[in-house]
Ligand binder design. Structure first.
Ligand code: PMP
Ligand code: GLN
Length: 378
């Protein structure tokens, strides 16, 4: 057999974005900002190109950028990652996740995963002969049940993947969750992959609980992050991984041969831009305003929702509107009502359908208004 991923299909993000384009629909499906990245940052990229940073960056990434990331993590989460040995700049969080998995998952290893789960974890594990063991989070609060997690652990369990703030539910892990995770990971000698791409997008004065804040957890954890989410430029595909030296050593063995190094001028620009804390500390209020504006605009619609606590996604329950499968309903909304959303069954254990669509509210007020007018009429 040629295929190593016989059960994997085209990502729902490609499918829905193409469908939105084909039908001239508002695209609230794939998660990307509908507005420009800061012109200051764009100017810094231009400057870096003019200054001659157009050849390969160092394999782990620009030194200054790694130093600034190290300082940022230390000031936010009080954990020092050595810039020269414990941080690697990657082509988005996707490459960081793939590389962490490629570097550590062997044939027949089991990897625990909370579903609904972002779509890149499972195929990455399977590609290296691992098996995901899925634990379904339940609406409306999607909080993890740690007893269930313990029950799923076997001698083959190698890693647990978490994602907070959580895509697609907008749920956050509390400090108590991280302490439970730390305990379970230590007791069972598990690696942890903590996908924190939305670390700066948390609402209602909540605090992001980074794995970096928990010393015994950080010792066994790969943290992945995405500049695309933080600085509104998902198309630049820029992110990083932070992990203790013994894990980063293995990570870099793979990184150097699947990409070697990533976009040099963008790294130079980020090294300067990231030094201004306001460029990320402003995000919670920026996105909370968008969430509140959007939810106020659709409060009288027939969709039901619990406000998102983080990320730029909102789940909408359509069980009072239709009993179609979510995939069919989302397809019909795109074709007939000109609004594209993500059917969440594709993220669930066994593709269970809970009649939930995911929408992205990282859009201009004008676009959100238009989207709300459509949703109110469904
Ligand atoms: N993890 C999660 C939870 C995401 O939502 C995304 C992007 N949608 C990624 C990882 C990938 O990030 P990037 O675009 O930086 O590769
Ligand atoms: N992370 C984005 C989302 O959840 C999409 C990323 C992608 O298209 N692969 O919508």
């Amino acid at each position: 057999m040629i295929s190593k991923l016989p059960n994997t299909t085209t990502s729902i993000f490609s499918i829905m974005s193409q469908l939105a384009a084909d039908h001239h629909a508002i695209n609230l499906a794939q998660g990307f900002p509908g507005f420009e990245s800061d012109s200051v940052l764009i100017d810094l990229v231009n400057k870096a190109m003019k200054d001659g940073y157009n050849q390969y960056a160092p394999m782990p990434g620009d030194k200054k950028l790694r130093e600034v990331i190290s300082k940022k993590i230390e000031s936010l989460y009080h954990k020092k990652y050595q810039a020269d040995r414990e941080i690697t700049i990657t082509a988005g969080a996707t490459q960081a996740i793939f590389t962490a998995i490629a570097a550590t998952i062997h044939k027949d290893d089991e990897v625990l995963l909370f579903t609904p789960a972002y779509d890149c974890y499972k195929p990455s594990v399977e590609l290296f002969g691992g098996k995901t063991v899925e634990i379904q989070l339940e609406a409306p609060d999607y909080q993890p049940n740690w007893e269930k997690v313990s029950e799923k652990i076997t001698p083959k369990t190698k890693m647990i993947i978490i994602n907070t703030p959580h895509n697609p539910s907008g749920m956050l892990f509390a400090e108590a969750d991280m302490l439970q995770l730390q305990k379970i990971a230590e007791e069972n000698d598990l690696l942890v992959l903590s996908d924190e791409v939305y670390e700066h997008i948390v609402f209602d004065d909540a605090e992001h609980q980074s794995a970096a804040k928990f010393p015994q957890l950080a010792k066994r954890t790969f943290i992945t992050a995405s500049f695309g989410k933080t600085f509104h430029n998902t198309g630049w595909k820029m992110g990083y991984c932070a992990a203790p030296e013994y894990l980063m050593k293995e990570f870099q063995k793979v990184h150097q041969f699947n990409v070697f190094s990533v976009n040099h001028p963008v790294q130079k620009a980020l090294a300067t831009y990231l030094q201004n804390e306001a460029n990320y500390t402003s995000l919670p209020s920026f996105y909370q305003e968008k969430r509140d504006f959007f939810l106020e605009a659709i409060k009288d619609s027939r969709f039901k929702f619990t406000p998102s606590k983080g990320t730029y996604f909102q789940l909408l329950d359509f069980s009072e509107i239709s009993d179609e499968r979510d995939i069919d309903f989302a397809d019909r909304l795109t074709r007939e009502h000109k609004i594209a959303t993500i059917p969440t069954s594709v993220f669930n254990k066994d593709n269970q359908d809970f009649k939930q669509l995911r929408v992205c509210f990282a859009k201009t007020e004008e676009e959100l208004k238009k989207a709300a007018a459509i949703l109110n009429g469904i």
